[in-house]
Design a protein around this ligand. Structure first.
Ligand code: DNO
Length: 359
């Protein structure tokens, strides 16, 4: 297992790389170049970023994310140009040592919450929160306005301004889109990019829908084991993998997260893991919790054990943290609680290694 940390680049992330390096057991980043979907990442900028990360004593083997242009998801004629850019970006990243590219195929919205700073009454910290009832009252445009307002001036991943500027038009273009058609467009994309990945030794890792059900009537096709079985069959290759996010899949209590990890781990189809905990508050209603099992409803030990048993070499990162100790920053992506999360997950891992007779 390689423990990594999500980082947005020195212009966008208030957390210095030297702080990341000081978290015990941190091997590297899940990082990115801040580019709109559809852009071919310039080699010079990739090289500079990788050199900067290496100079801080960290690895840069996982990119999160290279976003997929909406025209590809919608299957528009312009998609070929964007797919070409995507393939070229894969080649560039491979040249600089990248092994895994995380992406998603969610229409319009990436992850979604109805409150980015819901106070946790037990201890006064706050975390990301979702209640479908609030969403119904808000509608897509209002949720975007609220999310931007609550994001402390940071561009949230998946909520990039250039994407949201076109929101109304994009929502209209998706009218009538079915899950099957979305999957056809997904297949078209995978058929083009996976052969390039195979050639250059990169794995694509598809992030689940978050939360794990369709929203605003838009089709979503990656929120259960069955969905991922279909995605894997769209283009059967070891380079077509899952970014198994425990908190996204775990937002639906019907998803047995450790069992899903075992299923795809045994098939060697987990390219990367996001590991975090969720507290259920009702139907389609949850908040994010500290990583510790007892702070939420996911069994973090069973999750780490499933990783240990079936995909022990995967990349992991602690996922969204709460805001604690008066930290301000990008919601979900502060330093303190994610560092605590990494330390806890490393502790579980050490215990698993001892128990199972490794090192
Ligand atoms: C949310 C993240 C997602 C993820 C993308 C991958 O915090 O886990 O935005 O990076 O879905 O493309």
């Amino acid at each position: 297992m390689k423990m990594t940390f999500r980082w947005y680049g020195k212009e966008q992330d208030p957390i210095p790389l030297e702080y990341v390096k000081q978290i015990p057991g941190m091997s590297g980043l899940m990082g990115l170049l801040d580019k709109p979907a559809g852009v071919d990442w310039p080699e010079e900028e990739v090289r500079a970023l990788v050199e900067e990360v290496h100079a801080a004593g960290l690895e840069f083997e996982v990119v999160e994310s290279v976003n997929v242009h909406e025209d590809i998801k919608m299957g528009l004629p312009t998609r070929d140009k964007y797919i070409e850019h995507y393939c070229s970006t894969i080649r560039t990243l491979a040249k600089y040592g990248v092994k895994v590219i995380i992406y998603n195929f969610m229409p319009v919205f990436d992850w979604l919450r109805t409150d980015l700073a819901r106070v946790i009454p037990e201890d006064g910290s706050n975390s990301l929160y979702f209640d479908e009832k609030d969403l119904g009252e808000m509608g897509p445009l209002e949720i975007v306005r609220r999310t931007a307002e609550e994001s402390h001036g940071f561009t949230l991943p998946g909520w990039e301004p250039e994407r949201l500027a076109l929101l109304e038009t994009t929502l209209r273009q998706y009218e009538g889109m079915t899950p099957d058609r979305l999957r056809e467009n997904f297949k078209y994309f995978l058929d083009a990019v996976i052969p390039v990945c195979e050639e250059v030794g990169v794995r694509m890792a598809c992030h689940p829908d978050d939360p794990a059900w369709p929203i605003f009537g838009l089709p979503r096709i990656a929120h259960s084991q069955e969905d991922y079985d279909k995605i894997i069959r769209l283009h059967d290759s070891p380079a077509n993998t899952v970014c198994l996010c425990t908190g996204s899949l775990g937002s639906n209590p019907e998803n047995d997260v450790p069992a899903i990890i075992r299923h795809f781990g045994e098939m060697n189809r987990i390219g990367a893991m996001h590991v975090r905990n969720v507290k259920f508050l009702g139907h389609h209603h949850f908040r994010e919790a500290a990583h510790l099992s007892s702070a939420g409803d996911l069994d973090m030990f069973a999750i780490m054990e499933a990783i240990y048993d079936t995909c022990p070499d995967t990349y992991i990162r602690p996922d969204h943290g709460r805001m604690i100790w008066n930290e301000t920053g990008r919601p979900g992506y502060g330093l303190y609680d994610r560092a605590l999360g990494a330390a806890y997950l490393n502790g579980l891992w050490e215990a698993l290694c001892r128990m199972k007779g490794d090192k």
